[in-house]
Every structure is written in structure tokens, then in C-alpha cells.
Write a protein that binds this ligand. Structure first.
Ligand SMILES: Nc1nc2c(ncn2[C@@H]2O[C@H](COP(=O)(O)OP(=O)(O)O)[C@@H](O)[C@H]2O)c(=O)[nH]1
Ligand SMILES: [Mg+2]
Length: 390
């Protein structure tokens, strides 16, 4: 066993040092942060110290060993013990062990990610020109750089050198891989036996188009599909919007209930138990406001919807979108709607969000017109848009 200390300004850099020096199999024993330099405690720089150990035999393995060699792994990946396994008097010790094992497993996964990052940092210009072009296209279309690199690398590994020279083959493979990430959209359907009646709540930031989208869905399902639809709005912050929704409900013959409390919402949902589709509109929430988020949770718990759709605007920056999705992780969002596709020409953010959140797309909206400007998300079309030249 070889044990060594590594110091770096960030955990990420420390882990890279560990990996380069000791290889992938290194196990982190201890980490700490400390201040270095500075003046009387001011301007000190925070540093990270990582102590790592590795079995002697494994130190010879080069840091960039192939994944296939993993089978020779002498230190098996830590297996998290279940709480049932903790018996006898040594409960505390066992619990401590468990915590250490968890930490080790976390560290291992972090290190795998790092090694992947190092691998991906391979220069794009070492790839054939066609791959370079598609990489550029994807990045220009706002697909996350890492994701774009992963995608071109997969093609580079899976196609023959000959195929890599054929634009059509490269294009078709990339298209297929993008579609695989986007998956087939899941719109509202009434086909499966248990889903003959549905209650769907739309949540999301202010101004993304929740109310407009609800109006589009209500009109589509009541007029075109001839379903019995009810609208309930919990957005009482905007009186004008409520009045507008009521007028709209009158025109298309759909009842609109306004609720001020979770209890009222619960009652309204019960009152409409004869409807095929109940659509619930919520007030726009700032994902940065914890109080608003917990208020929203209260409404959603009372409504007990069959699905919660998170509405996102495709004009929002990718990084902000991911932050928004993250802030809704307490709310069991099942699908995504992207609005305002008519206002953007870079579609990569959609891929980034779907890939990170693992949530299915349902609809996209493409304009302000009710009810026309809504479509079931088309993965093939979106994939095509995010790899094309701009
Ligand atoms: N261009 C465009 N505008 C939209 C779309 N969907 C909604 N909007 C507009 O976005 C604004 C806010 O919509 P609203 O439904 O009130 O958003 P909410 O606050 O999430 O309920 C309105 O001006 C809508 O007309 C869309 O798909 N494209
Ligand atoms: Mg609204």
C-alpha cells in the first residue's frame, strides 16, 4: 500500500493529481481544506489536501489505462452495505464503516468522471473533418461542450475509418444518437386503461407561457378531441390573467375555477371528478424563492395530479435552465414542455436539459396563437435542428 498527500487549489485539480500519480484505482483516505498564505487571516487562499492510497501492484498501471482492463481490478468497488446488515453490538462501528464506504464509492464515481473528462479533453482537431464539423455545429447550437464531445467521440469509436469519411453515414449516426437521448415524446394520451382520467399541473417560472400553454391544451382537448375538460387556476396573483382565462373558458365551453388555497384546490379537483382532463395552472415561481416553492408544493400535494409538467422557455440560457430543473427536484416533475421555440434558433439547450434531467419531452410551443401554436415534441426534427449548420 502506498499512501501520498496531494495539495491543489480545488478538489478537481487535487483529484487529477491523484489520478495522474496513482492511477484510477487510488482510494481517497482523507480530504481537508485549509488556508494558505494571506495576511493576518486576510486574502488567504483556500487549498484542498487529499490523501490517497493505492495497492502497490496497481501503481504500475498507467493513469490512462483502458476501461477493458477494469476486469483485473484488485480492489473491488465498495459495495454499500444495507442497514439490515448492521446487527449486533457494533452498530456504531458498522454505521461508521458504511459512511466511509459510501464516501469511497462517491469518490470513485467522482474520479471516474474526472478520468472521462481527461479523456474527452483530447483535441477535437485530431478527429476527421466531418466529425469536427458536426462538433462545431452542435456547440454553435448550444449543446453542452462535454455532451458534444461525448457524441462525436462515440461516433469516432463506433464507425470504421471508411465510414467516418462518409458524411451521410456520420450524419445519420449522429441524428440517431441525438434522438436516443431525446427519446420519443410523451404527450397527454388517454389510451391506457388507468389513464382515462387525468389531472395535470403545469409548473415553471413566471412568463414562460404556462397559462398560454394551458389554454392551448384545453382548447385542443375539448374542441378537437371532444374530451370533458376543466381548468383550475391557482394563479391569483394576476387578476387580469384570471379574468382572461375565464373569458376564454366561456368561449370554448370549459369551466374555469379559481382557487386561493390548497384546500380549495383539492375540493375543485374532486368536484371535477367527472372530467377526462383537469388542467391546473399555477402561479409563476421564482426558483430562487424557497417560500414560493414550498407554497407550490402545498398546492401540488392537495391536487395530487397524475402528472406534473415543468414548463421551460427555450429562450432561457442553458445554465439557468439546468438550475431551474434542479430547483424543481422536490416536485415530482414527470415531463417537460418547451415554449417559445419560435423565438430561438438554437435548440441545444433542450438536449442538455433532457440529458441531465432524464425527463421526457411532451410538447413544444411555437407562438402566441391559441390553440394552434403547440405541437407534440418531435425528437427527430429537434435532433436535426441541433446538428445543422447555422
Ligand atoms: N413567442 C411566443 N410567445 C409565447 C409562447 N407561449 C407563450 N408566449 C407569450 O409569453 C408571455 C407570457 O405567457 P403566459 O402564458 O402568461 O406565461 P406564464 O406566466 O408562465 O403563465 C405572453 O405574452 C405569451 O403570449 C410561444 O410559444 N411563443
Ligand atoms: Mg400564468
Amino acid at each position: 500500500m502506498r499512501v501520498k498527500r496531494f495539495v491543489a487549489p480545488t478538489m478537481q485539480e487535487a483529484m487529477i493529481k491523484v489520478k495522474l500519480d496513482m492511477g484510477k484505482e487510488a482510494v481517497i483516505i482523507h480530504t481537508r481544506k485549509f488556508k494558505e498564505g494571506g495576511f493576518l487571516g486576510l486574502f488567504a487562499r483556500e487549498m484542498v489536501e487529499v490523501t490517497a492510497a493505492v495497492e502497490d501492484k496497481l501503481t504500475q498501471a498507467p493513469a490512462n489505462e483502458k476501461r477493458a482492463e477494469k476486469t483485473n481490478n484488485l480492489t473491488p468497488a465498495p459495495v454499500a452495505a444495507t442497514s439490515a446488515e448492521i446487527t449486533g453490538q457494533d452498530n456504531q462501528e458498522a454505521a461508521e464503516n458504511l459512511a466511509v464506504q459510501r464516501e469511497l464509492a462517491e469518490m470513485r464515481s467522482l474520479m471516474e468522471k474526472m478520468s472521462e473528462q481527461i479523456e474527452l479533453s483530447q483535441k477535437i482537431d485530431s478527429y476527421p473533418p466531418i466529425l469536427q464539423k458536426y462538433y462545431q455545429n452542435m456547440v454553435t447550437n448550444d449543446i453542452d461542450d462535454r455532451l458534444a464531445k461525448k457524441l462525436v467521440k462515440a461516433i469516432y469509436t463506433n464507425l470504421t475509418p471508411e465510414e467516418l469519411g462518409e458524411e451521410e453515414k456520420v450524419c445519420a449516426t449522429l441524428q440517431k444518437n441525438l434522438e436516443k437521448i431525446l427519446k420519443k415524446a410523451k404527450p397527454i394520451t388517454f389510451t391506457s386503461g388507468t389513464k382515462t382520467k387525468q389531472t395535470i399541473a403545469l409548473v415553471g417560472p413566471t412568463g414562460v407561457g404556462k397559462t398560454t400553454t394551458i389554454a392551448k391544451l384545453a382548447a385542443t382537448f375539448s374542441i378537437v378531441d371532444k374530451r370533458k375538460v376543466a381548468l383550475i387556476t391557482a394563479d391569483t396573483y394576476r387578476i387580469a390573467a384570471v379574468e382572461q382565462l375565464k373569458t376564454f373558458g366561456d368561449i370554448i365551453g370549459v369551466p374555469v375555477d379559481v382557487v386561493y388555497t390548497p384546500q380549495e384546490l383539492k375540493k375543485a379537483v374532486q368536484r371535477h371528478s367527472d372530467k377526462d382532463l383537469i388542467l391546473i395552472d399555477s402561479a409563476g415561481r421564482s426558483h430562487k424563492n424557497g417560500l414560493q416553492m414550498s407554497e407550490l408544493k402545498g398546492f401540488l400535494e392537495a391536487a395530487n395530479p397524475s402528472d406534473i409538467f415543468l414548463v421551460l422557455s427555450s429562450t432561457t440560457k442553458s445554465k439557468d435552465l439546468l438550475e431551474i430543473v434542479e430547483s424543481y427536484s422536490d416536485v415530482s416533475v414527470s415531463r417537460l414542455i418547451f415554449t417559445k421555440l419560435d423565438e430561438t434558433s438554437s435548440y441545444g439547450a433542450i438536449l442538455n436539459v433532457v440529458s441531465k434531467s432524464k425527463k421526457a419531452l411532451s410538447y413544444v410551443t411555437v407562438g402566441q396563437s391559441v390553440p394552434d401554436d403547440i405541437e407534440v415534441a418531435n425528437s427527430a426534427q429537434l435532433a436535426n435542428l441541433m446538428m445543422r449548420e447555422r
